[in-house]
Design a protein around this ligand. Structure first.
Ligand code: ZN
Length: 462
């Protein structure tokens, strides 16, 4: 068995790992790189593997940093099968269409600019039609059902507790078991179930986004959220929340609904300004098989935790533009979560310069993204061709992360070896170098497993 790491090696985006066994070539995830020009170049650059040579693509979940290059993979020759959970498939359809739409808009904008400079136009990375075309290769693989991929290789998906439909991929090949964590969620995340702890593995490939950090408790994060709402409202400013359209938005909606219900915050006017988030919320409501007991209970009792008084869903761009003139304490939740594209840019442009406003981050901000630069305190930024002064308060509540923290990652890893099959090797991916180094040290010291942090395109015979 050979495993090669082609993305998310010493970084958090562009996840893509290749597993080869007995002539079979299986790709685990095919993510888009995010964060500035360097990422754009990687997304457009040559493939580290021949797309036509891949037999299967197993998708751990629908987030674009794990699935965003699938339309390009298909466009450039992939003809195998794509396996994912039914919920992931539904989310993928809307997410890839949305990503393609962004690609088309950006290419159009760039081309107009280039035309004025006498340069030839640029092609989008892929189009909406490309995104639709790749869906015919997808086959559902429900949790806990082994799929025979031929050549003596099987794969089973387990609940990763990260977003709706997210999965851990467990492969059996050549008498060995290799487990890819995908993105691992936190225990106690609303709506979805906790990550499944597996008992045996010979090789583990684990994410390490928060390998160097601990999240504050759940009560603290709700307190911080309520505080941010109250303080911003008292200043007469808007609260702008950049949020991943899928997962984070629904989790926040759920938590905000509970705060409003309990009277912990004054009545809110909350605008969900993301057609993708709206479609994703509808998909969440269809997939009760992924819910934890609490969410299932709410839905069976007829309560809809995503719809409460004061919530407005904003679909059209005219409705979205109308939000630009709102002041005085509304909450606007919009995507993308790392502020590198989408409608959030307009809301930042209209609120960042207002000292009474608050920009509240509720997810990891990768290096190079606008979100990260704001969090690091940049005072002047360019948005949509305009220089904007940053006068708003910029805050972050890390506990909303959909990723397990250091303790969660170690706890998940500790479960292996319970029936005697302790991992002979652990690979740490999907983390920035500091997070990986810290986590690697702990894994070695506390669990005694050999740990490797693969470099981009590094390959290992196992
Ligand atoms: Zn993810």
């Amino acid at each position: 068995m050979r495993v090669s790491f082609h993305g998310a090696a010493e970084t958090v985006t562009g996840s893509s790992h290749l597993l080869e066994s007995g002539g079979l070539r299986v790709l685990v995830d095919c993510g888009m790189h995010q964060g500035g020009r360097e990422a754009d170049e990687l997304n457009r650059g040559p493939w580290p593997y021949e797309p036509a040579s891949i037999d299967y693509l197993v998708l751990t979940h629908a987030h674009i940093d794990h699935s965003g290059l699938v339309p390009r993979l298909v466009k450039e020759g992939f003809r195998g099968r794509i396996l994912a959970t039914p919920a992931t498939i539904d989310l993928l359809a809307v997410m890839l269409a949305d990503s393609a739409h962004i690609q088309e808009m950006e290419a159009e904008w760039q081309s107009r600019k280039r035309q004025r400079a006498g340069l030839p136009p640029v092609e989008p990375l892929y189009t909406v039609a490309d995104a639709e075309r790749c869906l015919v290769y997808i086959r559902p693989l429900p949790y806990g059902t082994p799929a025979d991929l031929g050549h003596g290789v099987t794969v089973t998906l387990h609940d990763a507790g990260h977003i709706l439909g997210s999965a851990i991929a467990e492969f059996e090949a050549e008498g060995k078991r290799a487990v890819f964590s995908g993105d691992l969620g936190n225990r106690g995340t609303p709506i979805i179930r906790d990550p499944e702890r597996l008992a045996a593995a010979d090789v583990v490939v684990m994410e390490s986004t928060y390998g160097d950090r601990l999240h504050p408790g759940k009560e603290d994060k709700l307190k911080e959220l309520a505080e941010a709402i109250r303080q911003t409202k008292a200043r007469g400013g808007n609260l702008i929340i950049p949020a991943f359209a899928v997962g984070r938005t629904q989790e926040l909606l759920y938590d905000l609904g509970q705060l409003v219900e309990k009277g912990a915050v004054p009545p809110v006017q909350l605008f969900i300004d993301s057609p993708l988030a709206i479609s994703a919320t509808e998909i969440f409501e269809r997939h009760h098989e992924c819910f934890d007991e609490e969410a299932r209970g709410l839905f069976t009792s007829g309560e809809d935790p995503f719809a409460f008084s004061g919530v407005h869903y904003v679909r059209t761009s005219d409705e979205s533009k109308a939000l630009n003139s709102l002041t005085g304490g509304v909450i606007i939740m919009s995507a993308s979560g790392m502020c590198d594209a989408g409608r959030i840019l307009h809301h930042l442009k209209h609120n960042l310069w207002r000292p009474e406003a608050t920009i509240l981050f509720v997810g990891f901000q990768a290096q190079g993204t606008l979100g990260r630069r704001l969090l690091e305190g940049e005072k002047h930024i360019h948005i949509l061709g305009e220089e904007i002064a940053v006068k708003a308060k910029v805050k972050s509540i890390e506990a909303f992360s959909a990723h397990a923290d250091q303790a969660g990652l170690l706890d998940w890893l500790t479960a292996f070896g319970q029936n005697g099959r302790r991992p002979g090797r652990v690979f740490l991916v999907h983390g920035e170098p500091r997070a990986i180094d810290t986590l690697a040290g702990l894994v070695r010291d506390r669990l005694g497993y050999p740990v490797t942090a693969p470099q981009p395109h590094e390959s290992f015979e196992l």
